[in-house]
Design a protein. Structure first.
Lengths: 116, 116
């Protein structure tokens, strides 16, 4: 069972609108959480990285939030642009612990389409 | 500064054939990784390297071999390709081991491999 769940699976919005993507995780022990953007046919590009002590981190029009108590994160996109059309992937890292080798667990992503 | 490059971009193999995927990075990164991305699954780590001359197994290493003879290059080999290895392969590099919270992985554009 994937320990990182993202919702919605896909989303269509109009250019200029805002949207919020969700990520719930059960990874434990938790080290950090990152959001990646993956354009069709390209490799993922890092947007933000947050540790358990960080609640919010912004990167331009992208704002990520983290609630380590409820194990939830969100990615908010403001004033969407056509170039925001992509898959957004939540990735959670294990902290050091027996057997997990501090590995990364990748979510399946939310596919966002921004229409004119 | 090209970042991370991968060759080839596309390849079709017959079952049992062999091939090598090449990854090159010009950022002087110590760490390099090979992932595969399949529909309905998150990225999965195949092998990684923490420096020239060293390699280690990831989550799904079976059927693959790797070599890191030069710091800037990381090769992924398939000795006897199987249809289950049909996938998109991504190479990535980072300054520090992915266990560090501050690391950012930089990805290549991917290689789309089909095994018939």
């Amino acid at each position: 069972k994937n320990q990182v769940e993202q919702s919605p699976q896909s989303l269509i919005i109009l250019e200029g609108k805002n949207c919020t993507l969700q990520c719930n995780y059960t990874v434990s022990p938790f080290s950090n959480l990152r959001w990646y953007k993956q354009d069709t046919g390209r490799g993922p590009v890092s947007l933000t990285i947050m540790t358990f002590s960080e609640n919010t981190k912004s990167n331009g029009r992208y704002t990520a939030t983290l609630d380590a108590d409820t194990k939830q994160s969100s990615l908010h996109i403001t004033a969407s642009q056509l170039s925001d059309s992509a898959s957004y992937i939540c990735v959670v890292r294990f902290a050091a612990g027996a057997g997990n080798n501090r590995k990364l667990i990748w979510g399946l992503g939310t596919s966002l389409a921004v229409n004119p | 500064n090209a970042g991370v490059t991968q060759t080839p971009k596309f390849r079709v193999l017959k079952t049992g054939q062999s091939m090598t995927l090449l990854c090159a990075q010009d950022m002087n990164h110590e760490y390099m990784y090979w992932y595969r991305q399949d529909p309905g699954m998150g990225l999965r780590l195949i092998h990684y390297s923490v420096g020239e001359g060293t390699t280690a197994k990831g989550e799904v290493p079976d059927g693959y071999n790797v070599s890191r003879l030069k710091k800037q290059n990381f090769l992924l080999g398939l000795e006897s390709a199987a249809p289950s290895q049909t996938s998109v392969y991504f190479c990535a590099s980072s300054r520090v081991l992915q266990s560090s919270f501050a690391d950012t992985q930089y990805f290549g554009p991917g290689t789309r491999l089909t095994v018939l």
